[in-house]
Write a protein that binds this ligand. Structure first.
Ligand SMILES: [Zn+2]
Length: 506
């Protein structure tokens, strides 16, 4: 290698803007003088740190960087982030030194270990979309092969190390193509499984209705009642993700570098009341998606809901309402999806024992009223089902001998009910009963005269608002769909109303 070369040829790479991959061109010029590496073109800290990794990795393949190495990332005004630029930067350096020639129009991404091995990176799914759109091949670390295989129609190769890539580019080795996963397994293991839950018939039924119509649900119960277990089990009775939904969830996960879930299992994310609003809704300095987006098309679980600060629940209001989160920063705005099934769990009162068979509630009247007020507000307005989960006595627990119905069996009913909803609402652009807007509810959820008079008398007694009536109708529709009934009738309404006031202990 001569001290001065002018062999500048760009290597194609990507950077991320939210869930979108944007093409970046990496150019390197090596000139004489004292050794140093400078990177220009709005690199972030991780890109700047790549100097050391790249230098060590190049040394591992017998290439010692010398002289002044200028790395230019174009376009200049686009912020570049992440370690995924390690591979294209090292490739551009070797190209500049005349050691290899990258394939024209191919995209390269990967983080380098000091010994030259490639580590999986975030952003492989968005990168695969970009490569497909541009008809260019994509080289990714082996660790990203699984998720890239989910993107149909992309030409992609998995690479193990820098030395392997050099061998491929020199024509000494055939690249390993990533074959598209033609079928993603529908089956997945429910964990926890409803067969592990003893008793709790009412809560099981409410969970099934929530899953069937995609209704948000609140579980109220004393500590130790098993409400958290039931909340977690809801995920296992939801229908498997469709192809489109699978890709949507993969995009969010890939943006954060989280590997795919098992098969078509829906996401389940728990948020604790100590969480920050950035971790829940996304944003911060790096514009990353938050928990509500990681839960997209799955369950967002807020345990101990009454402990959540008002500002946290306020920040969730728009994402829940709009099904998307808009994250803004001076450098731009990105949008993340946030269509979730919301599951809340809370104690029935401040001491936790209201309605408990074992311990007596010691809350005063005022404390009870104050606690009830915590169970109201913008998030609670979006809850379709409320159910109490009583703690069972030891002898009750022992009396349940045989195994309870499994999640797989419940999921079958849920899927049938979902199919009925899809068929009915597809022409209006909705897929489940919970999504229906007021207008559609009023026009299409019609009642027989008998059912109508029952609902109006109950609505009067319970002082239901227009919105409340609409929720009762939507849940009733799901109950009818689970039963395979075409007509909405009084028994469906009666059960639905039970989940409004609930079998609440107050
Ligand atoms: Zn109490």
């Amino acid at each position: 290698m001569s001290d001065t070369t002018n062999n500048i040829q760009g290597v194609s790479a990507v950077t991320l803007r939210g869930m979108e991959a944007v093409a970046v061109e990496v150019e390197v010029e090596i000139t004489g003088g004292l050794f140093n590496i400078s990177i220009v073109g709005l690199p972030d800290v991780a890109v700047k740190e790549s100097k050391e990794r790249v230098r060590a990795a190049l040394r591992s393949v017998g290439f010692a960087l010398k002289g002044h190495v200028a790395v230019n990332l174009a376009p200049a005004d686009l912020p570049k982030e992440g370690a995924l630029l390690d591979l294209p930067i090292s490739l551009a350096m070797m190209t500049s030194a005349g050691l290899v020639k990258p394939r024209e129009r191919a995209f390269y991404m990967g983080e380098l270990a000091l010994d030259g091995r490639l580590r999986r990176v975030r952003g492989a799914v968005p990168a695969a979309f970009l490569a497909r759109e541009l008809g260019a091949p994509l080289y990714v670390p082996y660790g990203n092969a699984g998720e890239v295989g989910l993107v149909k129609g992309v030409t992609a190769y998995a690479v193990d190390s820098l030395s392997e890539l050099i061998a491929i580019l020199k024509g000494d080795k055939e690249p390993v193509p990533i074959t598209a996963a033609d079928t993603v397994d529908d089956a997945f293991t429910a964990d926890p499984d409803f067969s592990d839950i003893k008793g709790q018939a009412a809560a099981r039924r409410a969970a099934e209705i929530a899953a069937a119509g995609h209704h948000n649900i609140l579980l109220l119960g004393s500590p130790g009642s098993g409400k958290t277990l039931i909340a977690r089990a809801i995920n296992g009775i939801l229908p498997p993700l469709t192809d489109e939904e699978l890709i949507e969830t993969m995009l969010v996960r890939s943006t954060l570098g989280i590997p795919p879930e098992q098969g078509r299992r829906r996401p389940f994310r728990t948020v604790h009341f100590t969480a920050s609003s950035v971790s829940i809704c996304g944003g911060g300095s790096s514009l990353r998606p938050g928990e509500v987006s990681l839960a997209h098309r799955g369950v967002l679980f807020l345990d101990e809901f009454t402990e959540f600060r008002r500002d946290l629940t306020e920040s969730l209001r728009a994402p829940l309402e709009d099904g998307r989160v808009v994250v803004s920063r001076s450098s731009g705005t990105v949008v993340y999806p946030s269509r979730v099934l919301l599951v809340l769990a809370a104690n029935p009162c401040a001491c936790g024992h209201l309605g408990d068979v074992v311990e007596k509630c010691v809350c005063s009247r005022i404390e009870l009223e104050r606690y009830k007020r915590k169970l109201s507000g913008p998030i609670l307005d979006r809850i379709d089902l409320q159910i109490s989960v009583p703690r069972l006595l030891p002898e009750e627990l022992l009396s349940f001998s045989g195994a309870a119905e499994s999640s797989a069996a419940i999921r079958e009913r849920v899927c049938r009910a979902r199919a009925a909803q899809q068929e009915r609402w597809a022409q209006y652009g909705f897929s489940c009963n919970a999504e229906l807007p007021e207008k559609i509810v009023r026009k299409h959820l019609t009642l027989s005269p008998e059912a109508h008079s029952y609902l109006s008398s109950m609505a009067g007694k319970m002082r239901l608002s227009g919105r409340g009536i609409s929720r009762v109708l939507k849940v009733a529709r799901t109950i009818a769909d689970l039963a395979g009934d075409v007509e909405l009738a009084t028994p469906h309404l009666a059960e639905s109303i039970m989940y409004r006031q609930g079998n609440m202990p107050w």
